[in-house]
Design a protein around this ligand. Sequence first.
Ligand code: ADP
Length: 303
Amino acid sequence: IVTVVGSYVTDLMSRTPHMPKVGETVLGGPFKMGPGGKGGNQAVAAARQGSAVYMVTKVGDDEFGAYARANFTKETINTQYVFVDPVEATGAALIAVDDNGDNLIVVALGACGTLTTEEVTQASQVIAKSDIVLVQLETSNEAVIATVALAKGHGVPVILNPAPYHEFPREILQDITYITPNETEACSLTGLKVDTEADALQAAKAIYVMGVPNVLITLGKKGCYYYHGGESGKLYPGFEVQALDTTGAGDAFNGGLAYALASGQALGEAIIHANAVAALSVTKVGTSPAMPTIDEVLAFKAV
Ligand code: ADP
């Protein structure tokens, strides 16, 4: 079982010939809507790999909330702990992409931004029987803190994907098993610029000292740098693919990693699997809809 505690937002995407200036209205299109949010995307990635996934999040008492629930159900994700907020709306990401491929995004977390300790605690029993718990920073800090504390109490390993990066109580780093920052997030955590493999080692060492035994820094198409003490770590190179849309690559990586660890794979093997899930996800447009199935990943790894 993989339990994901985090965000759900509806992605509302439009192409635009150029980015509107302040006060300007641009006629864009086409328009596309889809399920999103880091938590939701990671849950879909793990479910499509074959994990039994429980999603802990919160939506509004509105049509987008019903849409979220229907999508989770379609993906075989358990919605017992998808709470409904009577006041806040379901979160949304307003995404504009111009003809150069540049984007402009406003994320309104809405209901999932107010997930409470009490709500996370209601999921205590499922956290207790999980093989792995996956959490990001795209919900309230109190939900993140409660998740880590509950998992620790039940001896369940936690993957923290520190995204999107913002300040959080650093003490929780001592209670998690894996951390998966990308280059920017590793830099925010340590103050060290992360670009090369050598930079990744220095940043990973600094994060390790904060109390995380397994540091996995994702380096885009370069792959994932893994460190767990000692002189140096190991680079697991990314798979070569024709990248079409890299949004959601990190989410695919985290969902793939959670699946692989929950199904008992050794960490090295799990990182390779996560790299493969993420590589396939960048060959398709979108976030949740771009997540590959286990059959696609196994066929890809076989060649
Ligand atoms: P984020 O999406 O959070 O910025 P990264 O860009 O580091 O995260 O990507 C996460 C993972 O996705 C990488 O570790 C790698 O496995 C995979 N990935 C990203 N971009 C590519 C690419 N162009 N080709 C192959 N794999 C990629």
